[in-house]
Design a protein around this ligand. Structure first.
Ligand code: 6PG
Length: 478
């Protein structure tokens, strides 16, 4: 076996298969391997004409077919299957080789694997890859972590197969060890928030206007020509226009209302809790999926819990649609702002040095959350690299500010009419919380000091204090 392949892919389910084809279509000689050889053979049989594919039945032959430093992309299920492949691969590799995990790994696993492989003189690149099957084939957004040294070799290859926007590849070096998978995790958290916000907008339109799926689809199609232009809005319009072949009903009307998840949204929320970063939009979106699947609770509540709603008729249809659009835009900015805060906090804690503007840039194309307004986010971080709050950037403060009255009308209306809008409502609450002159956290601190002597700080002088609540209520330095 001559070592001639420039890159290898092991794990040829649909994502791996499409990534391998993408490399081959870009002129790379691609070594391909899968646990069952049948998949490897079918890939070569069906797509061998798209470029140079070098199939191997054994892992040893696969490794032997790669030129050095070897670059091996692992595209298998996150968790134990990834560890199993790494264990089989590592003894066959030599110092300087690069192992790329392109699955949706949990970033602490990536940190562990990077350290383990470093011991063997190997580079481990945990890379986020977004865009689903279609992106893997035609250009995903790629978020590689690991050593800078490995990016020098690998970067140009990944950049050449990534999506491009205005000629700029949607791939850049993210940061050391787990940084790439971390950023992909937050991307997915934002994806959850984005999807939930769109779903709430759909529900508000459905119930407020009594509109059909098709009519709402037309509204989304219209929205996709403005500030909200994005992949998720575009596919929403498409989905809403789709008719179920079996019943002839609107497709969405026959889909069960229980949203599932594979776990990346949950990880994002768990990590935000550890970091103490409020990502309320993402958290509400994750919990909204959980609520939708809480079947016994929903059955127990249905018909039992009083609505207590009031009827708020929509008098001006166009004005209402515009209000929902503005509320959606504002809530979406909050979700992104929170997600970028989480990236900043993790980056600071772990010394990753993640450039948030560059992350927004590589999310402009290829990935699920690709959207027109990511350009504005990049510009905001270019203006102020250490921007403490995306929402407060001059562009977004203004853009969101213009929609605030509409946002309030929509959230108030949702509450009055009983439409559950956890993401819209919590985003507005966050907006009001973060801009508040004074929050009621003063009272929380006083309560904590009262029952647990947890101490507090004062507004009028420095120091830490405790009041003797059970005694004479004098104040002491703590
Ligand atoms: C992407 C997506 C993708 C993810 C799903 C699943 O960026 O291409 O984020 O990686 O697998 O969208 O998400 P849930 O199953 O958790 O909804």
């Amino acid at each position: 076996m001559s070592a001639r392949a420039q890159i290898g892919v092991t794990g040829l389910a649909v994502m791996g298969r499409n990534l391998a084809r993408n490399f081959a279509r870009h002129g790379y000689t691609v070594a391909v391997h899968n646990r069952s050889f049948a998949k490897t053979e079918s890939l070569v049989a069906e797509h061998g004409d798209e470029g140079e594919l070098v199939p191997s039945e054994s892992m040893a032959d696969f490794v032997a077919s790669l030129e050095r430093p070897r670059k091996v992309v692992i595209m298998v299920k996150a968790g134990a299957p990834t560890d199993a492949v790494i264990a089989e691969l590592v003894p066959l590799l030599e110092a300087g080789d690069i192992v790329i995990d392109a699955g949706n790994a949990h970033f602490p696993d990536t940190i562990r694997r990077e350290a383990e492989l470093r011991e063997h003189g190997l580079h481990f690149v945990g890379s986020g890859v977004s865009g689903g099957e279609e992106g893997a084939l035609n250009g995903p957004s790629i978020m590689p972590g690991g050593s800078r040294e490995s990016y020098e070799v690998l970067g140009p290859i990944l950049e050449s197969i990534a999506a491009r926007v205005d000629g700029v590849p949607c791939c850049t070096y993210v940061g050391p060890d787990g940084a790439g998978h971390f950023v992909k995790m937050v991307h997915n958290g934002i994806e959850y928030a984005d999807m939930q916000l769109i779903a709430e907008a759909y529900d508000l339109l459905r119930l407020g206007l009594g509109a059909s799926a098709r009519e709402i689809g037309e509204i989304f199609a219209e929205w996709n020509t403005g500030d909200l232009e994005s992949f998720l809005i575009e596919i929403t319009a498409d989905v809403l226009a789709h008719t179920d072949a079996v019943t002839g009903a609107a497709f969405v009307d026959v889909v069960a209302d229980r949203a599932e998840q594979k776990g990346t949204g949950r990880w994002t929320v768990q990590n935000a809790l550890d970091l103490g970063v409020p990502i309320t939009g993402i958290a509400e979106a994750t919990f909204a999926r959980a609520l939708s699947g809480s079947t016994p609770q929903r059955e127990a509540a249905r018909g039992v819990l009083v609505a207590g709603t009031s009827d708020v008729p929509v008098t001006d249809r166009a004005a209402f649609v515009e209000d929902v659009r503005l509320a959606l835009y504002a809530s979406k900015v909050v979700a992104y702002s929170q997600g970028f805060d989480q990236i900043a906090a993790a980056s600071a804690e772990r010394g990753w040095g993640i450039d948030r503007g560059a992350m927004a840039r590589i999310w402009r194309g290829g990935c699920i959350i690709r959207a027109r307004f990511l350009d504005r986010i990049t510009e905001a971080y270019e203006r102020t690299p250490e921007l403490p709050l995306l929402l407060a950037d001059e562009y977004f403060a203004d853009a969101v500010g213009r929609g605030v009255p509409a946002w309030r009308r929509i959230v108030a209306r949702a509450a009055a009419t009983g439409v559950p809008t956890p993401a819209f409502s919590s985003s507005l609450a966050y907006y009001d919380g973060v801009r508040a002159e004074r929050l009621p956290a003063n009272l929380i601190q006083a309560q904590r000091d009262f029952f647990g002597a947890h101490t507090y700080q004062r507004t009028d002088r420095a120091g830490t204090f405790h009041t003797d609540w059970t005694g004479d209520r004098t104040e002491h330095d703590a």
